[in-house]
Design a protein around this ligand. Structure first.
Ligand code: HSE
Length: 308
């Protein structure tokens, strides 16, 4: 039996929703082709963008570890051969490791005869720990389920999905810089001041209300975060200039995408031009001597089974 699955890039945190919020892009995406084999366990072949930097030992790879988690959870006996084609650049802040884990978990769950979607998210989060050093489900939930996702808990996985207003555009500026999620998590404080917690709860709640009301100005204005963003901004040369440029050209809100270095701008396509925002962000990185590519995307619908 054989199945092919695509799982798209995602942007996690969206400011105050650290490790809880995620939003799905339409592209780029990773592709997994998984087949049952006569043997036992998982074999893994990797190709595509940045594949040379990714471990191919299934236990140290997010796709391999997610597959093993699905097999354990479903009681699947037998072997699985996985071909992973990377489309999301590793170390980008666009949920590259999560896209691999998500595609693999969805594919192997199909080979195993099916699993509830939240179990698939939980398995993919276990896979994510191979790269981040600890489990978090914000990227995998958005990549699997699409839309804007809120992870209520990882074990057991519990996720709320909201479909954002259709005029929301995600503009990502991806600079020629590399940030390791593992390192970008190590710099974060283990304790935060009560006032910061109060501020982030207020802003995160406002963002959920704004998504449901379709108020993208309100959404963007609440995307500020006083805990994680200031520390991670230091890892992204030119971040302050890029943020200012995006806001000045009409973005509703701007923040670090996941652990960076990509920068996320949310744009209301009824009021501002996403391509103008993208150009302003690229030009601000350029003025800081940093090359960058930009992505303009609608909100994506999540992982898709392409063929059997
Ligand atoms: N929530 C995660 C983080 C996303 O910010 O570390 C990156 O994988």
């Amino acid at each position: 039996m054989r199945v092919a699955v695509t799982a798209p890039a995602t942007s996690a945190n969206l400011g105050p929703g650290f490790d809880a919020f995620g939003i799905c892009l339409e592209r780029p995406f990773d592709t997994v082709v998984a087949k049952t084999t006569e043997g036992e366990g998982v074999t893994l072949e990797i190709s595509g963008v940045g594949s040379e930097s990714i471990p191919s030992d299934p236990r140290r790879n997010t796709a391999g570890r997610a597959a093993l988690a699905v097999m354990r959870m479903s009681g699947f006996r037998g072997g699985v051969a996985i071909c992973l084609k990377k489309g999301v650049r590793p170390g980008s802040g666009l949920g590259s490791s999560a896209a691999s884990a998500a595609a693999s978990a969805v594919a192997v769950a199909r080979l195993a005869g099916g699993l509830p979607v939240e179990k698939i998210v939980e398995a993919a989060a276990e896979g994510e720990s191979a790269s981040a050093g600890e489990e978090h489900a914000d990227n995998v939930a958005a990549s699997i389920m699409g839309g804007f996702t809120i992870v209520r808990s990882v074990h057991p996985a519990s996720v709320i999905r909201i479909w954002p207003p259709r005029f929301l555009r995600l503009v990502l500026a991806l600079p020629d810089l590399y940030v390791s999620t593992f390192e970008a998590r190590k710099i974060l404080p283990r304790r935060v001041p009560l006032a910061s917690m109060v501020g982030n709860v207020a802003k995160a709640s406002t963002m959920v209300a704004a998504m449901m009301k379709g108020d993208l100005a309100l959404l963007g204005s609440a995307m500020e975060d006083s805990v994680v963003e200031p520390l991670r901004a230091k890892l992204i040369k030119g971040y302050g200039d890029v943020k200012r440029a995006a806001l000045a050209s009409g973005a509703s809100g701007v923040t670090v995408s996941g652990s960076g270095p990509a920068v996320l701008a949310v744009v209301d396509a009824k009021r501002a031009s996403p391509s103008k925002v993208a150009a302003a962000m690229a030009s601000a990185f350029g003025e800081n001597g940093v090359g960058c590519e930009t992505i303009i995307s609608k909100v994506g619908r999540g992982a898709a089974i392409k063929a059997r």
